[in-house]
Design a protein around this ligand. Structure first.
Ligand SMILES: [Zn+2]
Length: 170
């Protein structure tokens, strides 16, 4: 790849840090996840798929490329409020998301879980499960996905790919 091509390729990518909402400029809404659910125009919408009970979305505040969140449509703030129906729905969506990431981006490791309540590191009260792909050198995803080792990616491109894959998977 010539330096010109490399340069123009990289111009088409943008870094997570350059996204306004990733720097703390969060949309002025009571709850950003309810805003995603209600498709409010001022909330960036990275929804991959939804069911009657839950939504799967590329994380609005990613800390790794491929970072996905799954959350109940109901605004609840504690795990104890999650019903069995919601929990199984989220479970099914989690497995499907993992299968897609494993098969399409060859993800081999994950961190999976919730940050709940004060002191947990969570920043959005509406409960949401994180699916964070992990790599041997934390650059493997980018080698496959963005053909670059620079830690930048284009979330909306990834969103389009994931939406297509979602419909192909059972
Ligand atoms: Zn909410």
């Amino acid at each position: 790849m010539s330096s010109y091509e490399e340069h123009s390729h990289r111009k088409n990518l943008f870094s997570v840090g350059k996204l306004g909402y990733a720097k703390g400029d969060r949309p002025a809404v009571d709850c950003i996840l309810c805003g995603v659910r209600d498709k409010l125009e001022i909330v960036p919408n990275l929804t991959i798929a939804s069911t009657d009970l839950s939504i799967v979305s590329v994380n609005l505040f990613p800390y790794n490329p491929g970072h996905i969140i799954i959350f109940p449509k109901r605004h609840i703030t504690t795990y104890l409020e999650l019903t069995e129906e919601e929990a199984s729905d989220i479970h099914r969506l989690t497995q499907k998301t993992m299968r897609i990431l494993e098969s399409h981006w060859r993800v081999q490791g994950f961190n999976l879980g919730y940050n709940l309540g004060k002191n947990s590191g969570g920043s959005i009260p509406h409960i949401h499960e994180h699916i964070v792909p992990r790599f041997p050198n934390e650059a493997g995803f980018l080698d496959v996905f963005a053909n670059t080792r620079v830690v930048i990616y284009e979330p909306y491109k990834m969103l389009e790919d994931l939406k297509k894959l979602w419909n192909e998977f059972e």
